[in-house]
Design a protein around this ligand. Structure first.
Ligand SMILES: NC(=O)C1=CN([C@@H]2O[C@H](COP(=O)(O)OP(=O)(O)OC[C@H]3O[C@@H](n4cnc5c(N)ncnc54)[C@H](OP(=O)(O)O)[C@@H]3O)[C@@H](O)[C@H]2O)C=CC1
Ligand SMILES: O=C(O)[C@@H]1CCC=N1
Length: 466
């Protein structure tokens, strides 16, 4: 069967912009139509009561116009618009430091004002409004740029730790640092990381899993994140979170203190080769989640951009998205102890996190990186078994998933060996030992051992494809 083409094919950046513009315009058109319909209905209606009802419906619809993440794909807008997470019916103009209604037409009008043009010409990056500090959904943001004003510090309730100016130089390595990434602070009882601006080259499953966890835990402010990808497939999802998106990988590197490399292994060489060398005052920390590529190859590739690149290699997994992931990491030659402790703090937010020697990375991939897929397949298959034996599908799936979760918690919390826990389920001549016999005959344990081995070996092989 020929796959169905997407309803709006995106061919180029121009296409993206057109789509974003069309969406915004479409939204306005829909509202205009609604407005006209309502006015018509009102004029035809008999009494004042009806009129009030109709009017309030109309007003509601006007009020419900909200910031749309896709607008950040419009180059003439994204440079100056900053979403206000606490009030999506307005946006913040970074240039004029003013609030504007979140209507695409209002943004276009604002952009043409003399004041805005003047401010654009003289713009220096500054803080968003204080009201974006508490973003809701557990997101708190602290800023430590020296530009922060005393009054604003108090409004934000920041401790002095959180507002220290950035370290100029790491005494051990002589590496010029970004902001003091390791300085943690608390705000509203939550941990916040100082204002590292994060970049993601590649915005797919894993980038979203990590970023989702960082945002959920309040470790990063979405407008301080820049993510890239060639298509809008994934970028639109990130846009909706208030993250800045682009098709330009160089922009990600230039805007970020920490750059996550999140592309497929076979693309990494070309992606890095097409990045521009960095200016001497910019030396971001590169964190690779790319399977296979080892520290040596990462450092070699990145040394075309910057001398002594600071690199961390990681192996996360997708349950990171809900804070139940595993993430292993290893530090590169030029990564500082402070880089290590920051990354440890950040990666701990995705679940279990540990530093391991690099030679264990392929095995970590085979077990923890790929492992969720084995378990999803097992859940699906066991649910099928339940359905075969008469359970409704939704119940079978929930039971299978909860049973896996409960069994995993037993291993983690009881301290017992899994073999012992298995024995506790198997009564003599009982049902479970009959089932275990079937699994053994089918090579269940052998299959799992071989699966971990196959993934680890493939990881090694991918690393060899330099
Ligand atoms: N998935 C997992 O469970 C795990 C994955 N990993 C590793 O993480 C990496 C990413 O995997 P995953 O997130 O699953 O992959 P996805 O396919 O979901 O995401 C890949 C992303 O890279 C983007 N991309 C493609 N070409 C470029 C380019 N030239 N420049 C910038 N971005 C580009 C894609 O763009 P577009 O959005 O346009 O398609 C997409 O956003 C891989 O190296 C994988 O080995 C590690 C651990 C676990
Ligand atoms: O299969 C993959 O590409 C990735 C690597 C680890 C898990 N999934």
């Amino acid at each position: 069967m020929t796959p169905k083409p997407p309803s709006k094919p995106i061919k180029s950046e121009i296409g993206v912009v057109e789509e974003a513009e069309e969406d915004g315009v479409e939204e306005c058109r829909e509202l205009e139509v609604l407005e006209a319909t309502v006015e018509e209905e009102v004029s035809e209606s008999a009494g004042p009561e009806v009129k009030i009802v109709k009017k309030s419906r109309w007003e509601q619809s006007r009020r419900s116009r909200k910031f749309c993440g896709k607008w950040l794909n419009i180059p003439e807008i994204r440079e100056w618009v900053h979403p206000i997470p606490t009030d999506p019916t307005y946006v913040w103009c970074k240039m004029c430091k003013s609030k504007i209604r979140a209507h695409l037409n209002d943004l276009k009008t604002h952009k043409s004002t003399k004041k805005h043009k003047r401010n654009m010409a003289t713009y220096e990056p500054e803080l968003p409004p204080a009201e974006t500090m508490d973003c809701g959904n557990g997101i708190f943001v602290s800023f430590s740029t020296p530009k922060i004003r005393q009054g604003e510090m108090e409004v934000m309730g920041l401790t002095s730790d959180a507002t220290e100016p950035k370290e100029a130089e790491d005494p051990e390595s002589g590496v010029l640092g970004g902001p003091n990434l390791s300085s943690m602070s608390t705000l509203g009882g939550k941990e916040v990381v100082n204002p590292a601006s994060l970049g993601f080259i590649g915005s797919g499953n894993m980038a979203q899993a990590l970023l989702g966890a960082f945002i959920k835990k309040g470790l990063v402010d979405p407008p301080h994140v820049t993510a890239s990808a060639p298509s809008v497939r994934n970028l639109t999802k990130l846009c909706a979170l208030g993250v800045c998106t682009t098709h330009d990988n160089n922009m990600v590197v230039m805007k970020s203190d920490v750059v996550f490399l999140c592309v497929k292994p076979h693309l990494l060489n070309n992606v890095i080769a097409s990045l521009d060398p960095l200016p001497p005052d910019h030396n971001p920390l590169f964190v690779s989640i790319v399977t296979g590529h080892d520290i040596d190859s990462l450092e070699e590739m990145l040394s075309t951009l910057v001398e002594r690149p600071r690199v961390i290699r990681t192996m996360p997994n997708t349950p990171a998205m809900i804070g139940q992931g595993c993430c292993l990491y290893t530090l590169g030659t030029h990564a500082t102890p402070s880089d290590g402790s920051v990354m440890h703090s950040m990666l701990s937010s995705v679940g279990v996190c540990a530093e391991i020697p690099e030679q264990q990375m392929d095995a970590a991939c085979g077990l923890a990186g790929s492992g969720p897929a084995y378990i999803y397949a097992a859940i699906e298959a066991m649910a099928d078994g339940g359905v075969k034996m008469g359970l409704p599908r939704h119940l079978a799936q929930s039971l299978a998933a909860q049973m896996v979760k409960g069994s995993a918690s037993m291993v983690l919390e009881s301290g017992k060996h899994p073999g012992q826990l298995k024995d506790e389920v198997c009564s003599p001549s009982g049902t479970t030992i009959s089932a275990m016999h079937v699994l053994e005959k089918a090579g269940f344990r052998n299959a799992l051992i071989s699966a971990v081995e196959a993934s680890a070996l493939r990881s090694k092989e991918l690393g060899g494809n330099k």
